[in-house]
Design a protein around this ligand. Structure first.
Ligand code: NDP
Length: 287
């Protein structure tokens, strides 16, 4: 079509995004600090801008995918943003996204911030499960949704430009906890003859089955009744933690990945909430 998309930043992710739009037949202009990284895309039909300023100037939709917010500031410093639709899919914290939005809007642009929930090989692949959280200008999102949906599925989460980053980080944070739990579980099994592959299959089945735990937490947060639907109460779970810790001791495994959460469970129990599940821990985390 005659829609002009500019992609600034041709790392693994930016290149994958640019390629997906090229394959879909869009006119794509690319720019990268290290020029050699644009060669492959040029051979695939991308136009190569000499400067970031030029890349911004030719794009109707300007997508930036750089290392961090500092690099976004450096790259867009000399560009004319008036009337531009700027989509920033550089990972950052919510506060950076809000400041960057204010900065861009102050220069006359419409701004959308994105949090990419995928790795580069998933980009542009139908059914890969890749998607991007977007927040900021709902007008920009409405105008460009079809184009944005080409490299990955799209999820608009609100006008607050910081929300995409917050959703992104919240999901990654939950994943971090899962990584910690899986690491501890493998450590427990490490000095046995049990094959890691067989045990992994059990872990996947178990964690998949346990994932709806989040729905129970949500119901308790929504009603404010932290005992709602509790089948394993905190008093019982704290008791069970002792077994988990003594087993770690027996297997010669440090409890450092699981003990911080257990300490919070104990604090909540000590506050007199033995009939709840774990939802009260959330209140203890809020500073
Ligand atoms: P890469 O490390 O592959 O690429 C980084 C890009 O940023 C390069 O184009 C690099 O240019 C550019 N860059 C860094 N510093 C500057 C600077 N000061 N001025 C100009 N350009 C600069 O990273 P990815 O492509 O993997 O990631 C890009 C963004 O996408 C990040 O915010 C990342 O968090 C996010 N993302 C990445 C995912 C992944 O799995 N890869 C998943 C989800 C999000 P140069 O080539 O010149 O060094």
């Amino acid at each position: 079509g005659d829609t002009k998309i500019s992609v600034l930043g041709l790392g693994a992710m930016g290149s994958a995004l640019a390629r997906a739009w090229l394959v879909a037949g869009y006119e794509v202009t690319v720019w990268n600090r290290t020029v050699s990284r644009a060669e492959l895309l040029a051979a695939e039909g991308a136009k190569v801008a000499v400067t970031a300023r030029e890349a911004v100037a030719v794009g109707d939709l300007v997508v930036v995918c750089l290392l961090d917010d500092v690099s976004v500031g450096e790259v867009l410093d000399g560009a004319e943003l008036g009337g531009k639709d700027l989509v920033n899919v550089t990972t950052g914290v919510p506060g950076e996204a809000r400041e960057r939005a204010e900065w861009a809007v102050g220069r006359g642009a419409r701004y959308l911030d994105g949090g990419i929930m995928a790795v580069p090989p998933m980009i542009g692949v139908q059914g890969s499960g890749a998607y991007v959280f977007y927040s900021g200008s709902s007008e920009l999102f409405a105008a460009w949704g079809d184009v944005l949906a080409v490299p990955a599925a799209i999820r608009f989460v609100g006008e607050d430009p910081g929300l995409a980053a917050l959703y992104d980080v919240a999901l990654l944070s939950a994943m971090t906890g899962m990584f910690a739990g899986v690491s501890h579980a493998f450590a427990l099994m490490r000095r046995t003859q049990v094959a890691p592959e067989g045990f992994a299959a059990l872990l996947v089945e178990w964690l998949t089955g346990m994932a709806p735990y989040a729905n129970g937490v949500a119901a308790q947060l929504e009603t404010g009744d932290y005992t709602l639907g509790v089948t394993s109460n905190l008093a019982m779970m704290v008791e069970a933690n002792g077994t988990l810790l003594r087993t770690a001791e027996e297997q010669g495994v440090s409890p450092e990945l699981i003990s911080p959460f257990m300490a919070l469970m104990e604090r909540r129990l000590a506050d007199g909430h033995g009939d709840e599940g774990t939802t009260g821990v959330i209140d203890l985390l809020l500073r």
